[in-house]
Design a protein around this ligand. Structure first.
Ligand SMILES: [Fe+2]
Length: 328
């Protein structure tokens, strides 16, 4: 199935890459003969729903560009065309509900880089698709870089075949420590960004027993530390994962680099053994080398296959408003 669709024209964007024969992202625009108004877009999506979904899986990332998508209401209508079920966000990022299924993306300080991750990778049920809409493009920076996950596994296997298989067979364990709302260290910068929510906010309760129950329901173990800090422990978790319909690709489905050796988080093998630092450092470099990014334009809608891509957020100058929907 090639681009046999007359309702869209394949465009280009600066920063796109060809990975294993697929252009990422696949840019879809209005054909010359047709307009980019919102109603035309909706009917084109309705006519080509299945084709469009295949393109998301095939290219891992599809960017709708050149359409007059104005706000959260429009964005929500686009999502409704596909009928994908919603999946409620669980995690440390501060987000605000905007309209129906639409939320703000991470509201952590724009000056900070939000490190690459598969959305909700540590939660039992994670979204298959992540859709982002750019309402206000930043004047500088603020890209949403993404990374073909299978490429990380391939390159790590080339350089560290034994370490990769050892971590895979033993599994990973993560820890993360959350402060409580009253803790004065909260204003320090290390706690102010995406990892900055208190356990009360993260679990939606100020009752310790209830927070613990909710954490356990998500598959986490809990330890309470002095000053009412909550340490959550997750594991064993996989290093890589193969999903149906993704050409047998082995995805780097973990958050090892993001959590390893940080002040408030750690990653190790599930039996407690340390992972060599040089392996993690090299992995960080490889992820950056494999990343793909473009500058946001107003009205852009980006569909990401969350099973196939890691994504992050570059530091940005204000203002920047990117909205998100997560789907099953
Ligand atoms: Fe994310």
């Amino acid at each position: 199935m090639e681009y046999s669709c007359t309702d869209f024209k394949v465009g280009k964007c600066e920063g796109e890459k060809v990975v294993d024969g697929e252009t990422m992202p696949l840019v879809l625009q209005p054909p010359e003969s047709k307009k980019g108004d919102f109603e035309s877009l909706l009917s084109a999506l309705k006519r080509n729903k299945e084709w469009f979904e295949e393109m998301i899986i095939k290219s891992s990332a599809v960017l709708l560009r050149g359409y007059d998508v104005r706000n959260a209401e429009d964005f929500n209508e686009i999502i409704e065309v596909f009928g994908w079920d919603d999946i409620r966000y669980v995690g440390p990022a501060p987000r605000t509900h905007v309209h129906k299924r639409v939320w703000t993306a991470n509201e952590g300080p724009l000056s900070e880089f939000i490190y690459y991750h598969h959305e909700m990778v540590l939660i039992k049920e994670f979204p298959k698709k992540l859709v982002l809409f750019c309402e206000t493009p930043p004047p500088e920076g603020g890209q949403t870089p993404f990374v073909p996950s299978f490429r990380i596994t391939e390159r790590m296997l080339e350089e560290f075949p034994e370490a990769v298989e050892e971590i895979e067979s033993k599994g990973l364990k993560y820890t993360f420590t959350a402060l409580n709302n009253k803790d004065t260290s909260f204003s320090s910068s290390s706690f102010s960004s995406m990892r900055g929510r208190s356990w009360e906010d993260a679990f939606g309760t100020s009752d310790q027993a209830e927070a613990e129950r909710r954490a356990k329901a998500l598959g986490m173990d809990v330890e309470w530390l002095p000053n009412d800090r909550m340490k959550t422990i997750l594991g064993p978790r996989c290093l890589t994962k193969v999903f149906d319909g993704r050409r047998g690709r082995r995805m780097w489905f973990n958050t090892l680099v993001g959590m390893y050796g940080k002040t408030h988080s750690s990653a190790m093998m599930a039996n407690g053994e340390e992972i060599p630092e040089n392996v993690v450092k090299r992995c960080e470099e490889i992820i950056e080398e494999e990343s793909i990014q473009f500058d946001w334009e107003k009205g852009d809608v980006l569909f990401l296959d969350n099973l196939a891509l890691l994504h992050g957020r570059r530091p940005s100058l204000p203002p920047r408003r990117v909205l998100v929907v997560t789907c099953k």
